[in-house]
Design a protein around this ligand. Sequence first.
Ligand SMILES: [Zn+2]
Length: 278
Amino acid sequence: MTSKRERFFSAIEHLPVLCPVCRDRLRREGDNLSCDGGHILNVNRKGYIHTLGRKATSMYDGDLFDARRTVLSSGAYQGVVEAIDGLIPMETRRILDAGCGDGWWLYQILQRHRDMTGAGCDLSRDGIEKATDWETPAVWALSDLRNLPFDDGCFDTVLNILSPAAYQEFERVLSRDGRLIKVYPRENYLREIREAMGVSPYLDGQVEEYLEEKMEVTGKKRVLETVPVTPEQALAFVQMSPLCHDLKPLEKEDVARKIQGRITIDLEVAAAKRKSGQ
Ligand SMILES: [Zn+2]
């Protein structure tokens, strides 16, 4: 079995990492990476690098990622994976998931495309540590999306799934004809949870408006389906939802019961490129 650290080193053969201090290319030196300027970046035993330059803080903790894993592996998001896959440019060799969480989405894509090299960045330490469990070579980094440790133009595809965006930085790391694939909610997304909590429908539009302001949308696919869920999966959906963040455990169970065995997925999958002339 390949160690997590070796998986990291095998990925950077195809996808060099930049020094967070001087932006020079880093190369392997034992268990570390180093640049010509003498800066050293450790690749830890868990198989990721930390380029934040400060302590990682995040509202997302381990429990939330356990719920998230239950939800994602329930099969409810399979249609979304298909839609993403359909929008990834054929020539993609390097792919970044910006805001990768526990790496589930990136792993689904890498499983389908063994010729691609993947990178996943997130602000959550729990997320990145879970991501390194996937048995695939990938560069996992605890990094700020606004300051990615990668060279200009080095990705053919950047994924940004249910996560805040950093368009300027995404454009910097995208190749000339590269695509950003952004996934964002539509008004029926997790409708059953909203109804059970008595909150108004999700107001969409802002995310899309902002995307269209920054980049040129080249393709879109909306995934709208209501899928069956077990009581355990229903509870995991509730635990994962920011809407239910402040509820007590018993209140979460109550909301999960009200879902009545089904949940609606309503997500837009949009591909976008640099605006011409930029
Ligand atoms: Zn350096």
